[in-house]
Design a protein around this ligand. Structure first.
Ligand code: ATP
Length: 140
């Protein structure tokens, strides 16, 4: 059976993940609190719903337990990101990827059951620094 994904939080980061997965023809459930964001993804994702991911009942009703991989891309609201991750872990989601806002957030996420923690700005900074260094070596 085809793998199913859910993206919670449709900011620049979550939105981009949602678009790329959908472009590859994968099943994506897009979730956000914000109606405008959800409307933006109605035509892109397989399903787009307005929901608060900190509400366990709502997540259950959405059938989140059938999803293979959930990406939590809530940025600024660290409390909501942590609570969402705990709920997903308790619901037995097999793979949870979470965007971290800072090092403390990242540490807690790893402790509470996130399988993969991403820190996009830092990770991209590292990658670019290495690209710059390798270009310098080539330039030399
Ligand atoms: P970007 O990815 O654009 O840099 P960001 O990291 O600043 O964004 P936010 O804008 O804080 O992230 O959050 C991303 C999205 O998560 C927003 O669209 C927001 O509406 C959504 N969001 C925040 N809390 C919840 C929640 N409890 N349930 C569902 N969606 C939420």
């Amino acid at each position: 059976m085809k793998k199913e994904y859910a993206v919670i939080g449709l900011g620049r980061f979550g939105g981009s993940i949602c678009k790329e997965l959908s472009k590859e023809g994968l099943e994506v459930l897009a979730i956000d609190l914000d109606e405008d964001k959800v409307n933006e993804y109605k035509e892109i994702a397989s399903h787009a719903v307005i929901a608060d991911s900190t509400d366990e009942t709502v997540l259950r009703e959405l059938g989140i337990r059938n999803i293979d991989h959930v990406i939590v891309a809530i940025g600024d609201n660290i409390q909501a990101s942590l609570l969402t991750t705990v709920i997903l872990e308790e619901l037995g989601i097999k793979k949870i990827t979470v965007k971290a806002q800072n090092d403390y957030h990242e540490k807690i996420l790893s402790k509470i059951g996130a399988d993969h923690v991403i820190h996009p700005e830092r990770d991209m900074g590292k990658r670019i620094a290495h690209n710059i260094m390798s270009n310098n070596i080539l330039d030399y």
